[in-house]
Write a protein that binds this ligand. Structure first.
Ligand code: ADP
Ligand code: MG
Length: 590
């Protein structure tokens, strides 16, 4: 059926539908895009918070309820939720014994959840994190910690939640969750791609009669294209791939999850499972409480994955803990007779003003130069939205165009609210507001990084006071921002990311500033350097971010983040040059 076109409306609408239909189990998180258990928070018990982009239902919001996650933070389709949303959601369910975060290993999620954890720590709320890294197709066994998280997250979340329900302390929950992840392996195959809501074309297509082995769950195509197999043949392929990958834990028992990706008939899944079961038995592995169905989907993708978690006694025991949630239930749990009282919110926690995406108040037309530059940057990325999405779809998940447009819309609106003024202080204030709004609205790796870039530059400028912005004044802020972005993303130059455009931008700006160039000239030279460097990323293989999973596949296409950075820098250069021209002609006419 045609989907809701506007991604923001889409997310709110389906969350509303979920909490309306399952109000006996879940409720919306106040002031955030999140779903929480109707039983949360429970005083003195560790809270389990999971999350990620949407498009994966039942993951993550369908796995919230007693004995399962206390809350799920919901990002846009295939896009990590923002740090602000993670923070608000964790706060809503914190019962005073700390928060356990579990989510897939994707740079956007790592950054946003990481920032939220830091903010919680500063307020005295302890947290632990386990990244799910079960996908054997996304990296070598030697570097298993770098792998991405797919359907095996279900095992990790269940174990963590069971331990929390049994009263384990925060370190205990993190210990068993880390062990569950270390014991879990997944491999999958796809027969057809998926289509983002509001788009006409699927993210990738699989030619008739073939299938992709080792697909991701964000429409990332697989590692190898092979002739299509029937469900039983596919079972052999999956089992044969996973058996040599299984950790040797001295156990011959494994939890089994055969997961449909969104468009595979359940009957086919059972045909496949029958063969999986037999093959595991032949290999001497007993299937413990196998599950067959949809647990982590990828919108309407046709395909399936097999996950195995090797069990020790403690994991097997925890895996039997009863739970109840919209999508998965094991043995019913009675409604609590008396509604549990919620702990009073800590002072300063969250805000009463509603989600930050609506807090970007009514736009006014008269912001200063920073707001004007952001508006120009928005127009530039809007006219390249499709192209940025296509570049991201080559080796990533295709969301960069949508994400950066969403982020800059919020950033430009937020900057305008800071009012007129072109001084360093006024520009800095506008950029601080813009960066926070961008990170919240865009999500994803680029949302976290661009948000930080703007707030770092903004912080530097704001501290300079009511003086004019010169190239010399701006240089140290841009240098500090570059360092901060490298640190948050854990990246360096040469890995085919936005850093490859940002580094020459910074270098050229600093060089021209030192030579005494005026701001517009220095910025323009820097933007030209960024544009050339962004183009040159087409010749590089990806080494970081989602795109790195497919390495050489991206060759021949520029990096989407480097491309959007160059577009924004060039648009801002046009604004600075136009301001100079106006100032010159004003001076002449006087
Ligand atoms: P996501 O990868 O979460 O889907 P986007 O698609 O919005 O995020 O942005 C992708 C871009 O972000 C990449 O093209 C790359 O330039 C940049 N990027 C991703 N991870 C990193 C990182 N760790 N360091 C620097 N840049 C990164
Ligand atoms: Mg992306």
């Amino acid at each position: 059926m045609p989907s809701v076109e506007d991604p923001a409306v889409f997310k709110s609408a389906w969350i509303q539908g979920l909490v309306s239909s399952y109000s006996r189990l879940v409720a919306p998180v106040p002031d955030a895009y999140g779903v929480m258990s109707a039983h949360a928070p429970e005083r003195g018990r560790v809270s389990v918070v999971i999350g990620g982009g949407c498009g994966h239902y039942p993951a993550f919001a369908g796995l919230v309820g007693p004995g399962l996650a206390d809350a799920a933070v919901v990002g846009d389709v295939f896009t990590s939720p923002s740090a602000e949303q993670v923070y608000r959601t964790a706060n809503a369910v914190d019962g005073g014994a700390g928060v356990f975060f579990g989510y897939g290993n994707y740079s956007g999620d790592v950054m946003h959840f990481g920032l939220a954890a830091r903010r919680l720590a500063a307020e005295g709320v302890d947290s632990r994190t386990v990244l799910v890294t079960d996908d054997v197709a996304s990296g070598s066994a030697q570097e298993s910690a770098q792998r991405r998280g797919v359907a095996g997250g279900f095992f990790v979340f269940r174990i963590a939640a069971a331990a929390a329900a049994r009263g384990y302390d925060l370190d205990g929950v993190a210990r068993v969750a880390a062990r569950a992840n270390a014991m879990t392996r997944t491999f999958g195959a796809a027969f057809g791609g998926c289509t983002l809501p509001g788009q006409n074309e699927p993210l990738f297509t699989v030619p008739e009669g073939t299938m992709e082995l080792g697909l991701g769950i964000h429409g990332e195509s697989g590692l190898r294209r092979v002739p299509a197999q029937d469900p039983a043949g596919l079972a052999d392929t999956l089992v044969d791939t996973l058996l040599p990958e299984l950790p040797h834990a001295g156990s011959r028992r494994a939890a089994v999850l055969l997961n449909g990706l969104g468009q595979t008939p359940y009957e086919d899944l059972f045909v496949c499972y029958e063969r999986v079961h037999r093959r595991l038995a032949e290999a001497g592995i007993a299937a413990h409480r196998p599950e067959v169905g949809e647990f982590v989907t990828s919108l309407d993708m046709a395909g399936l994955s097999l996950s195995l978690m090797v069990l020790d006694d403690e994991l097997a025991d925890l895996y039997s803990e009863p739970c109840q949630s919209p999508a998965f239930t094991m043995a019913p749990i009675a409604e609590p007779a008396v509604p549990r009282s919620r702990p009073a919110p800590r002072p300063g926690a969250g805000t009463a003003s509603g989600p930050a995406h609506t807090a970007a108040t009514a736009p006014t037309p008269d912001g200063g130069v920073a707001a004007e530059a952001l508006a120009a940057a928005l127009a530039a990325v809007e006219s390249h939205e499709q192209e940025l999405g296509r570049l991201d779809a080559v080796a990533g998940d295709g969301d960069h165009g949508q994400g950066i447009v969403r982020g800059l819309r919020a950033a430009a609106a937020a900057a305008r609210t800071s009012g007129p003024g072109d001084s360093a202080e006024a520009s800095g204030r506008a950029l601080l507001l813009a960066g926070t709004a961008l990170a919240d609205a865009a999500g994803g790796a680029s949302g976290a990084l661009y948000g930080l870039l703007l707030t770092e530059i903004g912080g530097g400028l704001a501290a300079a006071g009511p003086v004019p912005v010169t190239a010399k004044l701006l240089s140290p802020s841009v240098e500090a921002a570059f360092e901060a972005v490298c640190e948050l993303g854990g990246g360096t130059v040469g890995e085919k990311t936005m850093l490859d455009a940002l580094a020459p931008f910074r270098g050229t700006l600093v060089e021209h500033a030192a030579a005494g160039a005026p701001l517009a000239a220095a910025w323009t030279a820097a933007a030209v350097a960024a544009t050339d460097a962004a183009r040159a990323t087409a010749d590089m293989p990806a080494r970081r971010g989602r795109a790195a999973r497919l390495g050489e596949r991206g060759r021949g296409h520029a990096d989407p983040g480097a491309t959007s950075l160059a577009l924004m820098a060039s648009a801002a250069a046009d604004v600075l040059n136009a301001r100079c021209a106006t100032a010159d002609s004003d001076a002449e006419s006087r």
